[in-house]
Structure formats: structure tokens, C-alpha cells
Write a protein that binds this ligand. Structure first.
Ligand code: SKM
Length: 276
């Protein structure tokens, strides 16, 4: 039995076990995917304890993505660029390989839910300047966005993230968000607003062009207030659940040696789990 899992703290809300176990069953593979909740201050000890042992790999979510990269022995360029890992592979020789599939998940979700969207067609706006924002910014730069605009409450943090992008990066304070949104090809909420009840961003999407695609990385609820505003304005939207599914697919392949079977409708399963 191949064992894989997700580590986070908290981890109860994670839909990763639902996705991976449904794929395992549909593929008829002898594997299992479980949730782990290591102590928030000691991911290193947890991961080191799994070296060379029975587990093939882990997805890693908040607050461990930076620690996951730090504990690894080697990392893919995309994990290095994001300065975070959401995927660890425990090799037979006792070493740990770090990867990051969040960028693939983000771009995959756009490709799937906003067909025809082209990152090269205009500036991409990222709300937030934490790890998720950094990863999204790197993915859009890689996909050819002519400009990546970082909007954040603390301007200094936005400047830091934008600076790492080189000439492509621009930083905006929250009260300059209208300026940031004008002409945008896409807007991505990479802040945790929406995770808490009633969490709302102080950003209005009115200044976005009609053709802009609006995405929220938050998937609980599926239609966040941010996406609801976008839909009310008639904008195309991409949801956080699609990103979760599309970062999970390459993770599954890394753990179990084959892509997930297309026959399993994991999105419907996840939606049902969200409703409970
Ligand atoms: O990057 C992903 C991670 O692989 C799994 C996850 C989850 O289970 O909620 C969320 C994202 O951080």
C-alpha cells in the first residue's frame, strides 16, 4: 500500500483526502491518502521522522510551506522560485525532494474555467503579498504576463514581492487599487480574506475591464463575496476549488506514478463535502 498525505495545521478543512482517495479508488490503485496535523512550531521534526520510512509523499499546506522547503535536500526550480513547497517526496535513500504544484494549479484552473484566457494579454493583479501571492506572481510572470501588479495593505510588502519579479513587477497600496485594476487581464485574490466569516476585501472590482477574469484562491465558501461581486459585474470567474484540484493532479502522479483517472468526478465530490 502506497501511503501519501497532507500536512497542515489546521488540516480538518482540507479536501485533499477526498480528492486523492477518490482518484485512488477510481484507478484501482493500492494506496491511501491521510491528513496529518503536526505541531505548528515543529514541522522539521515531523518531516525528518518520515525520512526513508513508509510514506511516499506529502502535500503541505499552511503554515508549513516554507518549512517544507527548508527541510528538503533538493528542490525543483519552481519550489525555489516560490520559496515554498506544497509537495514533498520521501525517497528510498532517506532524502527529501521538494516541489511546488500551486503555480500549475493556478494556471490550470484559468485554462479550465476561463478558456482562451492568455496571461500575455495584459497586466495581472494579485491581491496580497504572502506566500500564495508570491507563488501566483511567479506563475503569471512565467506564463508571460507583461506586468504583475501586487496590491497590499502594507505597501512595503507589496514592494518586496514586486521587486523579486524584476521589471515585470509593480507595487500598489490598497487605496490605489482602482489604478492597479485598470486595464487588468486578470485579478487574483491571494489574501486569506474569505477564510473567516464575513471576511471582505476593501477592493471594488468596478475598475476592472469587462474582459478581466477574476479568481479567488479561497474555496470555502466556493463563491466568496469577491467572486459574487465579479459575477454581479458580469466578469468571468475562476474558483479556488479548481486550483486545489489542479495542484492535486500532478501531486497524485508524483505519489502514485500515474495521472489521476479522468473518470472520477472529484469536483462534484468536493462540492458535496463543502456543503456538509
Ligand atoms: O497547495 C495546496 C496543498 O497541496 C493542499 C491544500 C489543502 O489540502 O487544503 C491546499 C493548498 O495549500
Amino acid at each position: 500500500t502506497v501511503v501519501a498525505g497532507v500536512a497542515g495545521n489546521p488540516v480538518r478543512h482540507s479536501l485533499s483526502p477526498v480528492l486523492h482517495n477518490a482518484w485512488l479508488e477510481a484507478a484501482g490503485l493500492d494506496g491511501v491518502y491521510v491528513a496529518f496535523c503536526p505541531p505548528a512550531d515543529n514541522f522539521e521534526r515531523f518531516a525528518n521522522g518520515l525520512r526513508g520510512g513508509a510514506i511516499r509523499g506529502l502535500n503541505v499546506t499552511l503554515p508549513f510551506k516554507e518549512a517544507a522547503l527548508a527541510v528538503s535536500d533538493r528542490a525543483t526550480p519552481r519550489a525555489e522560485t516560490a520559496e515554498a513547497a506544497n509537495l514533498l517526496l520521501f525517497e528510498a535513500d532517506g532524502t527529501i525532494t521538494a516541489d511546488n504544484t500551486d503555480g500549475l494549479g493556478l494556471l490550470g484552473a484559468f485554462a479550465h474555467q476561463a478558456p482562451g484566457f492568455d496571461a500575455r494579454s495584459g497586466p495581472v493583479v494579485i491581491l496580497g503579498a504572502g506566500g500564495a501571492a508570491r507563488g501566483a506572481a511567479a506563475a503569471f510572470k512565467e506564463a508571460g504576463a507583461p506586468q504583475v501588479r501586487i496590491v497590499n495593505r502594507t505597501l512595503a510588502k507589496a514592494e518586496f514581492v514586486a521587486g523579486a519579479l524584476g521589471v515585470v513587477g509593480r507595487a500598489y497600496a490598497l487605496d490605489a487599487s482602482d489604478e492597479a485594476l485598470s486595464g487588468a487581464a486578470a485579478v487574483v485574490n491571494a489574501t486569506s480574506a474569505g477564510l473567516t466569516n464575513g471576511g471582505r476585501l476593501d477592493v471594488s472590482l468596478k475598475a476592472t475591464p469587462e474582459a478581466a477574469v477574476i479568481m479567488d484562491m479561497v474555496y470555502q465558501p466556493l463563491i466568496t463575496p469577491f467572486l459574487a461581486e465579479a459575477q454581479a459585474l458580469g466578469r468571468r470567474t475562476v474558483d479556488g476549488l479548481e486550483m486545489l484540484i489542479r495542484q492535486a493532479a500532478p501531486s497524485f502522479e508524483a505519489f502514485f506514478g500515474r495521472p489521476p483517472p479522468e473518470s472520477a468526478d472529484v469536483r462534484s465530490l468536493a462540492l458535496r463535502a463543502l456543503e456538509q
